[in-house]
Ligand binder design. Structure first.
Ligand SMILES: *[C@@H]1O[C@H](CO)[C@@H](O)[C@H](O)[C@H]1NC(C)=O
Ligand SMILES: *[C@@H]1O[C@H](CO)[C@@H](O)[C@H](O)[C@H]1NC(C)=O
Ligand SMILES: *[C@@H]1O[C@H](CO)[C@@H](O)[C@H](O)[C@H]1NC(C)=O
Ligand SMILES: CC(=O)N[C@H]1CO[C@H](CO)[C@@H](O)[C@@H]1O
Length: 488
């Protein structure tokens, strides 16, 4: 009989933005370690997940029962992709009701394995309560963050103290995170901005975040060498290890499988890029779920024309319109814009989705105007592409601050979905990064340095292991040593 393989249970929150990094981590573990992996899912998510998994994957999907209509949510809403902002908090609250089912799931796996509990549980940052369950059952537990260390540290700190509520100023400091220079109120996501300690988001987070103390540590999709400030925050704050095991990213192949509609084929995109000089193209995308206001869209288009730079722009209908509806160029862009850029060959408008990794890895691409979600950020840094930051939500504002102030690989161009944007300023920022200015050269050099750090961190060859490989070793070592202790 073959020796029993250790089982790892992974449990992401039901949102595409959380499931994707979990899937990337699961596939990474499957590829590099000899463990069984069980992915916990609610029934609707599972359908999507199945398509995202390579056909030969051994990852097992295990369903946890969840009926959204029991929680005042529209039926069959198990994924934040289809929820409006006020309903997201309701889904978060509802998710805590999964506790008894999750406890039973771990107990069932234990039974199935002849009394051996899973080696570890890896759960979402929104599922603090799973740490308490794991602790009760004597199972090793880690939180996995798809966000970077710095961004999540700011998020954690702000949620627990709501410092903007204690001052009349537009700026404030984080008392337990002095490494961070002053934050501005405009850098707070809506849920935090509106929080007063008694609202549903506050109530949820003030239970969720402290529950991480019951966990054995945090796994981060990041790299030790460049994200140390944020990682040390958690080591100090929780007294737990923070393992930087990234970047783990989904290949285009796996992403295509997850059913995202492509607006252009990879071949066409590459052909277009091949006709452009090296370092001459600006790539613009606000991630899979964001869009900007129509006035902002108009100014951005004017900036692109005025700058004369080549660009690929992933466009979606502006705020207030169905994001999946037809894009109306003649209404939302300057008159004749699309015809002019087509004629000059200067720009490519892509509807819905572009092959991002292929674009970022192409030598013609010079910079990425991005919302700086962590996954897009990692993809850019992985290819040494500097960023022009325009955060939209969540911890993206903190990411932009970090990328600009600490890493020096980014210039912020705008902030949020309602800020006023003037094309002259956008043009100036684009030129600052893309022209052969001192600043432009410096920022591109820094981006290449970070790319080297990433390469080294992921190295696993001839007995030489990079920091991210070692950190994953350490993580499993910690889980195995707890297993040994409890079995004595
Ligand atoms: C990561 O980026 C891709 C676009 O390249 C997007 O489809 C996906 O949803 C993103 N994931 C997260 C976690 O934001
Ligand atoms: C699945 O197939 C791909 C491509 O052939 C290969 O790279 C990968 O290692 C395989 N994975 C497993 C779990 O066998
Ligand atoms: C950037 O380069 C363009 C084209 O050479 C030039 O017109 C523009 O003035 C430059 N801008 C800056 C800020 O250097
Ligand atoms: C649709 C699907 O793949 N669901 C999986 C998730 O869990 C259920 C229940 O364990 C399994 O039957 C499915 O294979």
């Amino acid at each position: 009989m073959a020796p029993r393989k250790e089982n790892i249970v992974m449990f992401p929150f039901m949102a595409q933005g959380h499931i994707i990094p979990f899937l990337a981590l699961a596939l990474h573990i499957e590829r590099t370690r000899n463990y069984d992996i069980t992915f916990v899912n609610t029934s609707l998510n599972v359908k999507k997940l199945k398509y995202s998994l390579p056909p030969n994957s051994s990852i097992r999907l295990l369903e946890i029962p969840f009926d959204s209509s029991d929680h005042g949510l529209p039926p069959h809403t198990e994924n934040t992709d289809v929820l409006s902002y006020p309903l997201i908090i309701r889904l978060l609250q509802a998710s805590t009701s999964l506790e008894p089912a999750f406890r039973k799931l771990i107990q069932d796996i234990t039974c199935e394995q002849g009394g051996h509990p899973p080696l570890c549980v890896i759960a979402d940052i929104f599922f603090g309560w799973t740490a308490t369950v794991a602790k009760d059952l004597g199972v090793f537990h880690a939180v996995f963050s798809g966000a970077g260390g710095y961004g999540l540290a700011c998020y954690y700190s702000v949620w627990l103290s709501l410092p903007h509520r204690k001052t009349k100023s537009d700026e404030f400091e984080l008392q337990d995170f002095k490494e961070v220079s002053k934050l501005q109120v405009t850098q707070l996501p809506l849920s935090i901005l509106e929080a007063d300690g008694t609202d549903p988001w506050s109530v949820f987070q003030r239970k969720n975040l402290p529950a991480w103390m019951d966990s054995n540590g945090i796994l981060f999709n990041t790299v030790e060498e460049f994200d140390q400030i944020g990682l040390s925050y958690f080591r100090r704050k929780l007294g737990r290890p923070a393992w930087a095991v990234g970047p783990v990213l989904l290949s285009t192949e796996n992403r295509a499988r997850s059913g995202i509609e492509a607006g252009i084929t990879t071949d066409l995109c590459k052909e277009w890029l091949d006709t452009k000089p090296e370092n001459s193209v600006l790539y613009i995308s606000f991630g899979s779920h964001n869009t900007i206001a129509s006035s902002q869209m108009m100014q951005l288009a004017m900036a692109l024309e005025a700058s004369g730079k080549n660009f690929i722009w992933v466009v979606r209908p502006p705020i207030g319109f169905d994001i999946n509806s037809e894009f109306r160029s003649n209404e939302w862009l300057p008159e004749g814009f699309e015809e002019r850029i087509k004629e000059s060959g200067r720009g490519l408008l892509v509807h819905k989705w572009a092959p991002q990794v292929e674009i970022l890895s192409h030598k013609s691409t010079c910079a990425f105007l991005s919302h700086c979600g962590w996954n897009s950020t990692l993809e850019a840094l992985n290819h040494g592409v500097p960023l022009i930051g325009w955060a939209m939500a969540a911890e993206q504002f903190f990411n932009v601050k970090f990328l600009e102030e600490d890493l020096g690989v980014c210039v912020e161009v705008a902030r949020g979905k309602t800020c006023e944007v003037r094309y002259q300023e956008v043009k100036a920022k684009i030129e600052l990064v893309m022209n052969e200015t001192e600043k432009g050269k410096e920022i591109r050099k820094k981006a290449r340095e970070v790319m080297e750090m990433i390469k080294n961190a992921m190295k696993d060859k001839d007995g030489l292991k990079g920091s991210s490989v070692k950190a994953l070793d350490d993580f499993f070592q910690a889980a195995l040593s707890m297993r040994e202790k409890t079995q004595q």
